[in-house]
Write a protein that binds this ligand. Structure first.
Ligand code: SAM
Length: 257
């Protein structure tokens, strides 16, 4: 078993991580293994991806998956943006990467809203990005705004926690971009109750759409209801967009979302 896989398996099993000073901490923030494996699959399916970037490292679980995905590729480098890695997270994420034998990463200890425009000014470019930082609507949109410019056409951007209302709204807006394609939604149901509720709601609205005459349907149901998560393919907590082209929208582009 490779060192990275071994380390992340141990962390998910024990639900504990070790800080730089050797203290043991509860694993209280990390992507789900399903989501991690989806990232890994995407990176493996795209062997030409070698420059990756993520917003929000915490204990470094997402970083481990990303670094594993580009491991061994010529010139590969992972850029991590997290202003609190050495304070709130006690350097655990970085410690984990080093313990797994990963050296090809750099940590930018700045807020993403500061670091991303700087990377753009430096004319950096990436193949893959993950957004898992500050989870408000505006912050996520700002992260995406810059990452869409930093990712080259053909590259992929993942967004975590799309079940949160603010992030869900951002994703609904992005679904209208002509140069983006939703390529994957990761099923991630940790709560059986939520799965049950979502299934009922999504199937109900899906059924209404089929049985009601179109005219009546659009008249009666609000946009929000028409665009249920199921209909939009957002039945998950992580989604991936491929940037199929450069952004060619005009100055006054807008689509209701
Ligand atoms: C949910 S955690 C990330 C979990 C991590 N991706 C994983 O799977 O292990 C959110 C992270 O966002 C970071 N964060 C908070 N505000 C930020 C900002 N303005 N810019 C970048 N990162 C930020 C936090 O320090 C934290 O590490």
């Amino acid at each position: 078993m490779n060192k990275i896989l071994e380390l992340r398996n141990r962390i998910y099993k024990e639900k504990k991580v070790v800080g730089l000073n050797g203290e043991s901490l509860e694993l209280n923030s990390a992507i789900d293994p399903n989501e991690g494996n989806a990232i890994l699959d995407i990176l493996k399916r795209n062997p030409d991806f070698f420059r990756t970037i993520e917003i929000g490292c915490a204990f470094g679980l997402s970083s481990l998956f990303i670094c594993e995905g580009i491991n061994g590729r010529l010139g590969s480098k992972h850029t991590i943006i997290d202003p609190f890695q050495m304070t709130s997270w006690k350097g655990v994420g970085i410690h984990n990467l080093k313990n797994a034998g990963i050296e090809n990463f750099n940590l930018i200890e700045k807020a993403s809203e500061i670091a991303l425009p700087q990377l753009l000014e430096q004319k950096e470019s990436f193949d893959f990005a993950l957004i898992d930082g500050w989870h408000t609507f505006d912050h996520t949109l700002v992260d995406f705004f810059y990452l869409e410019k930093l990712i080259r056409p053909g590259g992929i951007i993942g967004i975590d926690d799309i079940h949160l209302p603010g992030i869900n709204k951002v994703v609904r807006y992005l679904l209208n971009y002509p140069n983006l394609e939703l390529i994957e939604s990761v099923p991630n149901y940790t709560s059986r109750k939520r799965k049950f509720r979502d299934n009922i709601l999504n199937n109900f609205f899906g059924l209404i759409k089929i049985i009601l005459p179109k005219k009546y349907y659009y008249k009666v149901l609000s946009d929000k209801i028409i665009k249920s998560d199921k209909i939009l393919g957002l039945y998950s907590s992580m989604v991936f967009f491929r940037k199929i082209d450069n952004d060619k929208r005009g100055w006054n582009w807008f689509e209701p979302f």
